[in-house]
Design a protein around this ligand. Sequence first.
Ligand code: ADP
Length: 227
Amino acid sequence: MSDPTLDISGLTKAYNHGLPNEVQVLQGASLTVQPGEIVALVAPSGAGKSTLLHIAGLLDTPDQGTVTIRGEDMTNLSDRRRTAVRRATVGFIYQFHHLLPEFTALENIVLPQLANGVPDKDAEARALDLLGRVGVAERATHRPAALSGGEQQRVAFCRALANEPSLLLADEPTGNLDPETSDRVFDALMALVRDKGLAAVIATHNLELAARMDRQVRLTGGALEAA
Ligand code: ADP
């Protein structure tokens, strides 16, 4: 069997070490995600979902524990190598789209590819293909401000997938949308992730959306358990 896409083991993380306001957020969180598997991360606000996703996505480091991506232990890597692995392997989606306002939808998906050395024409073709898959190809030349909330978030999905990651991490990706839009945008995300065969960890507090993923884990008391 191939290596898991993501394996996190025994993660601990506290903020404000040694101060009266120290918060122990993670206390031995472990999770293994296989290629093509979509895992719902369920927890109330403040439980530590963002902290966990940032550590899993190499944007932050744990106090203890290991993060292994496609068989490579990230613990003792140089910052440079961690950044290279993150750029090549991980796609991130946030609750708010964070698109660059002065660029069009298409450009927002092209730019990260250019930064990764993809030639112009290929980057543009891939961006258009992705936009088509989530149903916003006809909005390619619009800037974010001219898009609806659901469209902005679909473009953010495309941007997260622009550099062909093998792991997608999403932090309440439809949490900012009204329920009906959220359902449709979530459908688009699931179709895209399944189609690309990505491993994904998608944080949500919407139990109906969670039930549509392959399995659910709950973050409680700083650890993960099957939900
Ligand atoms: P969630 O994403 O589940 O809402 P977070 O991971 O954002 O949870 O936060 C978990 C806890 O850690 C919260 O109590 C939050 O206030 C605290 N926290 C998060 N980031 C920091 C930080 N940089 N400094 C201090 N406390 C933080």
